[in-house]
Design a protein around this ligand. Structure first.
Ligand code: ASP
Length: 419
């Protein structure tokens, strides 16, 4: 019998803690030796593999997501409305994450070994919010890709995606097929890399415990609480309220109709894998037409990830707090913007959100060395958070679908759901 990945990760974490304690006691200070070197290299290798997939993954994911928007129909009204709704709810989610993390401050008070050497002046001083928006336009897209300028890559990918929908059908289809094929392959690579997570976690946790002790774990516990609280606010208050305001329908009806999709999202941690269940629930229980659902839901599964957006923002603020860095207003603005873009670029597969967190840390200017250890610990506890955020992602897609359907004049809603 093969153990599920999240159990493997949990076991790896346990072994890492034990190894870490042993190294801590044997070396009393920064451990050395080939065995320690070998184990901690596993963590380094894993982080490098994750970073390897980021650029091709977000690029192809965005081009496929955006160029698929029209899907033979016009981008027009429906596309515009859907996009607007998705961006708005993601921003709400991010603001919840921003506020809660700033109030609770889960990352305060951790004495991390690397934090002592961390030099805040190495952070980018981004200038004004307007300057950031201007800098999103890359001078050279290839250079943006090779230097990891995520905002530039994302800008170019969105632009290209939109243009692909507008060129001659024969070219459009060729390009779309090409990018879909690339996206499919990169997704497979990502899945393969994520399978190595137990080894990576073993290396990263061993190092974290050996060099920093348990402070970080306590902080990560509070960090988990913060994110789950934020996700709950979004799931139980913001989305139902938006739903009611825009449709005048009782949100409980909707949550009943979508229960199986939510459960599937929770247990698979994948919006993509849940898509068939979401489609069925929204058509059979909520009564939305296939014309709307076949357009709005797949787009949602690819680009609308409220839970992930909240998580990216809260995660990066947490990292900054652990490192003892106070982010300025403009730096927090960058976090909000990149969290939004990272959630758009994240693929709907397990742990995709965690891969994307590097984008946001990089955009603010954190170097890999500083953040890898913290991200390693966050990775060890990622599975439960992933379950919650995926459920929120899928719920937001479904709420959007009904709102759009209603605004398009559909009336046959929730005939099959009893109160
Ligand atoms: N697992 C999430 C999803 O499929 C993405 C993420 O990792 O945040 O929606």
């Amino acid at each position: 019998m093969k153990l599920k990945l999240h159990w493997q990760i949990l076991i790896a974490m346990g072994i890492g803690v034990v190894f870490g304690i042993i190294f801590q006691n044997v070396y009393k200070g920064e451990p050395t030796g080939w065995f320690y070197g070998m184990i901690t290299s596993l963590g380094t290798i894993f982080i490098r593999l994750l970073k390897m997939v980021i650029v091709p993954l977000i690029f192809s994911s965005i081009v496929v997501g955006v160029s698929g928007i029209s899907d033979g129909r016009s981008l027009g009204r429906l596309g515009g409305k859907t996009f607007l709704f998705y961006i708005t709810t993601s921003l709400f989610a991010i603001l919840i994450g921003l506020t809660l993390t700033n109030i609770i401050r889960p990352g305060d008070g951790v004495s991390l070994a690397t934090a002592a050497t961390f030099d805040p002046s190495s952070l980018q001083t981004p200038g004004s919010p307007a300057g950031i928006l201007i800098r999103m336009i890359p001078l050279n897209p290839i250079h943006a890709a090779s230097s990891g300028d995520m905002l530039g890559i994302i800008f170019f990918a969105i632009f290209l995606g939109v243009i692909i929908t507008k060129i001659k059908p024969q070219y459009r289809d060729t390009l779309r097929n090409l990018f879909e094929a690339i996206f499919g392959a990169i997704m497979k690579i990502t899945e393969a890399v994520i399978k190595l997570a137990p080894l990576g976690v073993l290396g990263l946790i061993t190092k974290a415990v050996a060099t920093s002790g348990f402070d970080l774990f306590a902080a990560v516990g509070i960090y988990m609480g913060t994110i789950i609280a934020g996700l709950s606010i979004h799931f139980l208050i913001v989305l139902p309220m938006l739903f009611f305001l825009l449709t005048r329908i009782n949100p409980i009806l909707h949550y009943r109709a979508m229960a199986s999709a939510m459960a599937t999202a929770f247990s698979t941690s994948s919006s993509n894998a849940t898509l068939p269940v979401t489609m069925r629930s929204i058509e059979e229980n909520a009564g939305v037409s296939n014309r709307i659902s076949s357009f709005v839901l797949p787009m949602g599964a690819t680009i609308n990830m409220d839970g992930t957006a909240l998580y990216e923002c809260a995660g990066v603020l947490f990292i900054a707090q652990v490192l003892g860095v106070d982010l300025s207003f403009t730096q927090q603005f960058i976090v909000v913007l990149t969290a939004l873009l990272a959630s758009i670029g994240a693929a709907g597969i397990p742990s995709a959100g965690l891969v994307m967190i590097f984008i946001v840390t990089q955009a603010v200017g954190f170097k890999d060395m500083d953040v890898a250890l913290i991200i390693g610990t966050m990775l060890a506890v990622d599975r439960p958070l992933d379950m919650f955020r995926t459920m929120v992602n899928v719920t937001s897609d479904s709420v959007g679908t009904v709102i759009i359907a209603k605004s398009e004049g559909e009336t046959n809603l929730y005939k099959n759901v009893k109160m």
